[in-house]
Write a protein that binds this ligand. Sequence first.
Ligand code: F6P
Length: 330
Amino acid sequence: MSKIKKIGVLTSGGDAPGMNAAIRAVTRAGINNGFEVYGIRMGYQGMIEGDIFKMESQDVSGIIQKGGTFLQTARSIEFYELEGRKKAYEQLHKFGIGAVVVIGGDGSFTGANYMTQESDISVIGIPGTIDNDLFGTDYTIGYDTALNTVTDAVDKIRDTASSHNRIFFVEVMGREAGFVAINSGIACGAEVIMVPRKRNQVDKVRLFLKERAAKNRSSIIIVSEGLEEGGAMDIANIIKPEFPHFDIRVSILGHIQRGGSPSNKDRVVASIMGIAAVEAIMDSQKNIMIGWKNEQVAHVPLNKTIKMHKDVSDDLLKVAEEIGTFVPRK
Ligand code: F6P
């Protein structure tokens, strides 16, 4: 049994729908198991500034259905410096906090990894990012909601694309990972999906569109934001001059992908992960991420989550191709 009596919880990096469900679960499971639970506002920045408050069960009432994060979040520059981190450790010691649950993505876990090396605080990570790009977990909180939002938006764009016979380049988020692009593209029946880290994609898309344009057909091209060749606007501008008789449009979905009420899956898995984080602290575990593998909780060493890389599987790319989508990749 752990000697820790006080647990801190924070959200860091980009907000993601479902983060509130995770905060709620950590708070309630923590209190139910005899811990005092402290909310840390604005991620690592709030830790540095001592923006820390004790939470009761009712403080997390009515938040499970809300997007964003009720603890708010930030990308703290100060925490990248040792001096800033020392201030944060002092604050945690002042409050008597022995373990911190960090809900965030790889940038947040890089910060968490510093904590594990430089302080006596136990750190438990919960993966929270719409990008789903963390190694060691099949799934990150917010990803499911984001996919549903993108699917809904592209379905609507499709109405206009087919009514007007237009070519639409739709840019989706996901940084250098193509998870949002490939899964939303499959679900929307996109004609083309462009995922990062594949070479000479623009040339291949140009050839593909030439054939379709000859038959006067509309197309949806899902463009992952992390392509080496640029964003949807750049790619459309390169291609446009060669299609003088086609109406080419660009739609950058942007932050609508991060907002909104979390899906059922995001709420449920976030709740399971929050409880698992508290259980890990009770078992004196530290410096791990609570992952989700084959529909079950998994414990992954925190340093592995930032050192190792997770890429879209070839199997998924093949699924897209088998059902008629062009994925420029060879
Ligand atoms: O990591 C989540 C994410 O939404 C990425 O998909 C995107 O590239 C980035 O954050 C945008 O960050 P910001 O809101 O700081 O512009």
